[in-house]
Design a protein. Structure first.
Length: 133
C-alpha cells in the first residue's frame, strides 16, 4: 500500500504510526522535556510522541507550539515524522525548525490504509507513505 502525500518538510522516517483523530496543542498539551502528551482528557494523554510517526488532523493553540516541537527535536523526544490532515502553520514551522519530515495527507485514506501502531515509512522526499517491510 502506497499513499501519495504533499511534502511540507523533506526527509525520511520509519516508525510506529500514532494516530490522533483530535488536534494536539503542543504548547501546554505536550511535555516539552519528555514528548509525552499531557493534555487532560485528550485520547492520547500519557502517550509519548518520541520516535513515532504522528498522524494528526491539525494543531490547536498558541504559535509557541512551533518552538515546543523544535525543542522536542533538539532533546531527541520529537516524533520522527508528522502526517497532517490539513495545512497547519504551527506544526509545519516546528517540523521545519526541528528537521522533522512532514507531509499533508487525506486522513481518511491514512485511517483506511494503515493501523495505529503499524510500522510505516514516511518518505517526504518522494511524497509517499508506505508499509515497512
Amino acid at each position: 500500500m502506497v499513499v501519495k502525500v504533499k511534502i511540507v518538510n523533506t526527509g525520511f522516517a520509519r516508525g510506529a504510526l500514532l494516530i490522533s483523530q483530535q488536534p494536539i496543542s503542543f504548547f501546554g498539551g505536550v511535555d516539552p522535556l519528555t514528548g509525552v502528551i499531557v493534555e487532560k482528557n485528550h485520547p492520547l494523554e500519557g502517550v509519548s510522541l518520541c520516535r513515532r510517526i504522528l498522524a494528526v488532523p491539525s494543531s490547536k493553540g498558541s504559535t509557541v507550539g512551533s518552538y515546543v516541537i523544535y525543542g522536542l527535536a533538539k532533546r531527541g523526544v520529537a516524533p520522527s515524522g508528522v502526517i497532517l490532515g490539513q495545512r497547519d502553520s504551527i506544526i509545519s514551522a516546528g517540523a521545519i525548525l526541528g528537521g522533522i519530515p512532514a507531509v499533508i495527507a487525506d486522513m481518511r485514506r491514512i485511517l483506511s490504509s494503515f493501523k495505529n501502531g503499524e510500522t510505516i515509512i514516511l518518505d517526504a522526499k518522494r511524497g509517499r507513505i508506505l508499509r515497512s517491510t
